[in-house]
Structure formats: C-alpha cells, structure tokens
Design a protein around this ligand. Structure first.
Ligand code: ADP
Ligand code: ZN
Length: 350
C-alpha cells in the first residue's frame, strides 16, 4: 500500500493506493456522520462489504448505474436527501463507485452547506487512475457534458484494486485507455507498459501502474489545480480528437475513444514532424493491444468541428496535445482544414 499527498493552495488530499487500502482506511469514517453515494450495480455487488464496514443503517443514495445519472435532478435529490437525513456541516460524503458516482457525489459534497468533507472510493479502473483524483466534479445539462461543476478536492481517496475484480473487460479497457495516455506522457509508465504488454489485464501489473498514474496526475494537478496556468491541459492528450469522435459516433466507452483519438493524433504528430515514426509505433502497438482495431471514421468534418469547439479551446484553430518523444509531449495549434484532412488521411490508411 502506498500513499500520495496532493497539496494545492487551498487543500490537501491524501491518496491511498493498493490492496488492503479499503480495509485499512474506510472504517474510521463509521465513527462520524456519513452519507454514502453509490450506484445500483456497485451496491448490488458490494452492499455486504458496505454494511460490514459502515454498519447497516447509514443513509445512502443509490443512483441508477450509467452516465444518465449525471444530471442536476439527481444532484438535487442527493442534496435534499442529505438534508432529510439530518446531515450536518461536519459530515462526510463517501463516493463509492465509478466516475459517474464520483462526479455527482463530489459536486453534492461541494455544495451541501457550502462544502462538507468528501472521500472518494473509486471502484472502476478509470476512476482510480483518473477521475477520483484532482477534484473535478460535475453533472451534465441537456446532454451537454459537465456544464455544472466545481473544483473540490476530496480529503482522502482510497484506490483499492480489490474492486477491479468484478469489472467487465469493457470497463477495464476503458481504464487502460487513460493508462496508455499516461504512458504517452511519462517515460517510466511507457516502459512499464511496453515491458508488460502481455499482462495489461493482470492484477499485479494494474496495482503497480495505478500508483504511477495517480502520482503523475497528482503532480500535474498540484501545479495547476484549476487548469488556469495550462499545465493541466497536458492530461487532455488523446481527448480532443477522441471526444470529437465520441460525439459523432457514440457507442464505445470513453477510454476506447481516448485510444482512438490518440491514434489519430499520433498520425498528425508524425505527419507534422513533431513525433518520430518509431516512437509513434510503440504507442500504437499498445493502443492495438487494447482495442484490436482502430475504426476508419468517415465523418471527419463533423468530428473536426466538434474538436474546434472543444470547450478547452480558445482560438479558431484546433488545439492538441500530442506525443513528441519519450516523456515529452507538445501543444500544437492546427488549422481546421488541415486537421480535417489529416484525420481523413489517417482514416483512409486504416
Ligand atoms: P466510469 O468509472 O467508467 O467513468 P461509471 O461510473 O458509469 O463510469 O461506471 C461504469 C460501470 O461500471 C457502471 O455500470 C457501474 O455500475 C459499474 N461498476 C463500477 N464499479 C464496479 C465494480 N467494482 N464492479 C463491477 N461494476 C462496477
Ligand atoms: Zn478521460
């Protein structure tokens, strides 16, 4: 078990990673006033563990599993239920689930009585390596992602790989999408991925690499908590193009779209002379270990338009973070037409 401390100007998060973290660190919250937020799948699998750990009378909101629970209606219902349950200013909200639960519960914790203690217990690989760390919370509005949200750091994150045992292969792939993104940013993680490319789904490997990814992310967030100075932008690698395809084609998971986006962005980086072909091939090899086939998307115009209006983009060009060399990435701005043409070329070569 390992510990990472993430300190920002206003807050401090302690992140516990590794097997045994849940048993060692969750129980203490039963001594205070807690409010648990989880989802229907996670509750069905882990209710006995929750009862053993926190007693069998804790107040809880069980969201329907899935993205459609990330709405302000559910947010408001959690806040109302917390009030009805008599939650006080010194209570602790425990987000026990994947990224959806973490986002909605985190937002509720940041709003209830102007902010109460928050503990994230991520149960998906994606939430462990990415969304539970860094303090972003949000709900969607009218299908538009993350419109209402806050930056609100959890006091503690308990990332225990025990929960990964019950995930589907699709959910593991989703988390691996983000892990490979970290590999494209950090040389140490990349080497580990390349040296273990036959055991990406293995328990021991995941436990080890989850720690590396969280440490990398915590370090970036500590330097630019609110994405103001630009450093946090680096974590968008693969996301601008991936998210654009996600908006056009839907269906696949977020992590798979991150991998697809990274593949297309690697093509652009090589064509633009930013990234060497050999280095790009190493990352592509990892991508293909997880998604087998990168789709040859034809509607590159629509995708390019989404990328142009990506909320993180302030100019009339497409803003991308692309891999450059081991442990190094570059930010590039690219004209709309050139971007669309390069996406088409990449799609045609697939
Ligand atoms: P993500 O974490 O991928 O952002 P979600 O929070 O929607 O997204 O979780 C993805 C799915 O995985 C949901 O259906 C959720 O109920 C389920 N889930 C979460 N944690 C576990 C777990 N440990 N075992 C099995 N299913 C889980
Ligand atoms: Zn992501």
């Amino acid at each position: 078990m390992k510990e990472i401390v993430l300190e920002t100007n206003l807050s401090k998060s302690v992140i516990r990673c590794g097997s045994g973290a849940f048993d060692a660190y969750a129980k203490k919250y039963a001594q205070g006033q807690i409010y648990i937020v989880t989802d229907s799948n996670v509750f069905a699998i882990y209710r006995h563990l929750l009862w053993e750990t926190f007693g069998n009378s804790f107040p809880v909101t069980i969201l329907p599993a899935g993205e459609s629970s990330k709405t302000y209606n559910y947010l408001i219902s959690i806040l109302k239920d917390m009030l009805s349950a008599g939650m006080r200013r010194n209570c602790t909200v425990i987000a026990f689930g994947g990224g959806v639960v973490g986002d909605v519960a985190g937002l509720a914790a940041s709003l209830y009585m102007r902010g109460v203690n928050l503990v994230q217990i991520p149960t998906t690989l994606l939430a462990q390596v990415d969304s539970s760390v860094g303090g972003k919370t949000a709900v969607d509005v009218n299908g538009v992602k993350n419109v209402i949200g806050t930056f609100y750091q959890p006091a503690e994150v308990i990332a225990d790989p025990r929960f990964l045992q019950t995930l589907t292969a699709r959910e593991l792939r989703c988390g691996l999408g983000e892990i490979i993104k970290y590999g494209a940013l950090d040389g140490g993680i990349l080497n580990k991925l390349l040296n273990n490319c036959d055991s990406l789904y293995k328990w021991e490997f995941l436990e080890d690499v989850i720690y590396d990814c969280i440490r990398y992310k915590a370090n970036v967030v500590a330097q630019d908590e609110r994405e103001i100075e630009g450093k946090r932008k680096i974590l968008n690698l693969g996301h601008t193009t991936g998210h654009a395809f996600e908006l056009v084609y839907r269906k696949k998971s977020h992590g798979e779209f991150v991998l697809i986006g990274m593949y297309y962005e690697l093509y652009i980086a090589v064509k633009r002379g930013i990234c060497g072909g050999q280095y790009a091939d190493e990352i592509k090899k990892l991508i293909l270990r997880v998604i087998k086939k990168v789709p040859s998307y034809q509607d590159v115009e629509s995708a390019a338009r989404y990328a142009l209006y990506d909320k993180k983009n302030l100019s009339d060009k497409v803003d991308l973070i692309v891999p450059k060399s081991i442990g190094e990435s570059a930010e590039i701005e690219i004209e709309f037409d050139e971007y669309a043409n390069l996406l088409r070329e990449c799609a045609d070569a697939l």
